[in-house]
Design a protein around this ligand. Structure first.
Ligand code: NAD
Length: 444
């Protein structure tokens, strides 16, 4: 994971922004830069010390070619060598189900960057489109399926995982069908439209003895992982508050995202989910109670079936709270701030595919100070898909299994109940942890 921490270059001018009008003296400033650098540098080891999984599936490193270093390792940032790719015939094969925007614009290009994964089949209702996509990615015509003959994938040994990239309301059906034909499943978020559907998906995959992972890409993104580590190491002190927003203006009133049966709801399950999931995985706590309200304007043809916006407040056992908002009718805005007794971290923008920014506020030599961390971009989809492949190859539970999606959906159900009744809704603590071991952090 190549990283650049601006604050570690203490003799260089930086654009770090002290948050007080009186900037620290030059000596204090240098100290601040060093300390800020040190605390964030510690967090940067997230991929090594705290990962339960070693990088890559068993045997991937036997293909590693090692070359001598060019730069002086005593004075320069360590040169990063990408982890070794698995040869194509040893990679885990994926059938991509649904060739919409996410598949075409993100997932298929990301598969081309993966180290342990490959596209092995396409499932689409539009054969002409599927043939064009197949040519782009080297998929054989024989490996194109439609929604009716999906079960024929059972006879295709090149496919081990079905990646479900369909409207939310179809996730359950295709998970159950995948379980029936003995394939592992990587399922897009949100997992389904109700907690009952999520439970059925978890049960079916357990019965089939196949893995189920929900595609929470932010949980595989390096800045988010770094914050998880900072929280575990108490670098922010005791967690107090989380504030988050995820909004965008939706257009075409005819799209499936605005149909209740296909989407499950409006802004909440689609983009509000990022705030909810981040509050849980960054804090490592599960909420006890939620209070929420939703808004559906009259006379807006986009919001006949689903809510325009949602506000919710989660209360956690330690006293930590999360205040979240999400709207389908505000200009694009994605951010969060996590505040603790000793410091805060903020991502703005957060939740996006790229361009993420992370800032850390803390006290240095009696002065409030802010430091910004830059990390070379990593493809979140490639990391997430390769994580699933490592889990399949090495028989490990995914970091974001079905139980993680189910817990979010239980809370979403409670959010809608609170909005309907105008009351706070109590939430049971999950009977077991909802996440698997820490994900590996490959170097791309
Ligand atoms: P999309 O509308 O672009 O694509 C949906 C695909 O499903 C299309 O190919 C469409 O033809 C097909 N489909 C099959 N039956 C359909 C039906 N009855 N109605 C409508 N479409 C049907 O949607 P998308 O943006 O690719 O989203 C797909 C899934 O991915 C959703 O669950 C969404 O929440 C999720 N998603 C995740 C991310 C992320 O960052 N992880 C981003 C975007 C979307």
């Amino acid at each position: 994971m190549p990283t650049r921490n601006r604050t570690s270059h203490s003799d260089q001018p930086t654009s770090d922004v002290p948050t007080e009008a009186t900037a620290p003296s030059e000596t204090a400033r240098r100290l601040f830069l060093r300390r800020g650098g040190a605390s964030l540098a510690a967090a940067l080891t997230v991929g090594s010390a705290s990962s339960v999984l070693a990088a890559g599936p068993n045997g991937a490193d036997t293909n590693q070619v090692k070359l001598p270093l060019i730069q002086d390792p005593d004075t320069e940032q360590k040169e990063e060598t990408p982890d070794a790719n698995l040869p194509p015939d040893e990679r885990v094969g994926y059938a991509i189900v649904g060739l919409g925007r996410l598949s075409l614009d993100q997932i298929l290009p990301a598969l081309a960057q993966c180290k342990y994964s490959k596209v092995a089949a396409l499932v689409s209702g539009d054969r002409t489109k599927a043939l064009r996509v197949a040519r782009q990615y080297g998929v054989r015509e024989a490996d194109i399926y439609d929604y009716q003959n999906f079960e024929r994938l059972a006879d295709n040994p090149r496919v081990q995982v079905v990646y479900i990239v369909l409207p939310n309301g179809m996730h359950k059906e295709f998970t159950l069908r995948s379980a029936n034909i003995g394939k592992h499943v990587l399922c897009e978020k949100p997992m389904a439209n109700s907690a009952a559907d999520c439970e059925a998906m978890v049960r079916a995959m357990k019965r089939a003895n196949r893995k189920l992972m929900i595609a929470y890409r932010s949980q595989y993104e390096p800045m988010d992982r770094m914050i998880v580590k900072m929280v575990k190491e108490k670098q922010l002190g005791l967690l107090r508050e989380f504030v988050a927003g995820n909004s965008q203006n939706v257009g075409d009133p005819g799209q499936w995202r605005l149909k209740k049966s296909l989407a499950g709801g409006g802004a909440m399950p689609d983009i509000g989910l990022y705030c909810l999931n981040a509050a849980r995985f960054l804090s490592g706590e599960e909420p006890l109670e939620v209070v929420a309200s939703v808004h559906r304007p009259e006379n807006d043809p986009r919001f006949v079936e689903v809510e325009e916006s949602v506000h919710f407040i989660l209360r956690f056992p330690s006293g930590f709270t999360a205040t979240c908002m999400s709207s389908y009718a505000s200009h694009e805005s994605r951010f969060f701030r996590l505040q603790g007794s000793k410091g805060w971290v903020e991502m703005d923008p957060a939740f996006g595919y790229n361009g993420l920014r992370l800032r850390h506020g803390m006290l240095v030599e009696g002065k409030s100070a802010t430091t910004e961390l830059q990390i070379d971009p990593q493809n979140q989809f490639a990391r997430e898909i390769d994580h699933m492949s490592v889990c399949v190859k090495d028989d490990i539970q995914p970091h974001t299994p079905g139980e993680e999606g189910l817990q979010d959906q239980r809370i979403i159900d409670a959010i809608y109940e609170s909005a309907r009744t105008g009351r706070a809704v109590k939430l049971a603590q999950p009977s077991a942890p909802t996440r698997g071991p820490e994900p590996q952090q490959e170097t791309f």
